[in-house]
Design a protein around this ligand. Sequence first.
Ligand SMILES: O=C[C@H](O)[C@H](O)[C@H](O)COP(=O)(O)O
Length: 227
Amino acid sequence: MQDDDKKLAAEAAVAEIADGMRVGLGSGSTVAFAIAAVGRRLAEWPSATFFSTSQRTTNAARAAGIPIARFADQTELDLVIDGVDEIDPQFRAIKGGGGAMLREKILASAARRMVAIADGTKRVATLGTAPVPVEILPFARSFVAVRTTALGADPVLRMTVAGKEFRTNQGNLILDCHFGPIADPARLAIDLQAIPGALGHGLFLTEIAAAYIAADGIVTKMERAGV
Ligand SMILES: O=C[C@H](O)[C@H](O)[C@H](O)COP(=O)(O)O
């Protein structure tokens, strides 16, 4: 059921792709449905170029026959399609459940338009039920943990199911920072960004222009006003 809704939202967003576009593909289980849809429809966009936010997405895209271009040579994209862990009515989101938020933030910032895709369980009135993931330089692990605690977090070092430290695609660590309801996400984003050794965080407050959210088999498209 939840997967059906993820698929519906993903396929609706993929309809925004037009030939010639430079398209960023996000990461996660909802994006996996978008990748599958892009793979099926690839012949419709012979001049489109696709970019990836994680190794997992690159692998899935290539398996679906989608060539992935090198983002390092790129400064601007037309569209990014990405999932969220939580999204509020102001289109502010927490991302990074899969640990890909640093590259996701870069592509989202490079894009003229970012669309979020999600099933209805991701909608929240207030951000903060999910932890805010913070990617940290391993060298600064304890230092950043203390600084996030001072901001009100209960930081937990992310581990793999095998009990090892989780490493991002850049080889860094993640602190999952549990804040509870976040009263002022903008202030928190500034404070997290200011910690030396914190390389990125999962608060996406201004990037999302529209959201496709599916619940009980019905997908709704919402555009953020003023974008
Ligand atoms: O790092 C992972 C990404 O930010 C995902 O887009 C996010 O965690 C949502 O993933 P899913 O679609 O699997 O819920």
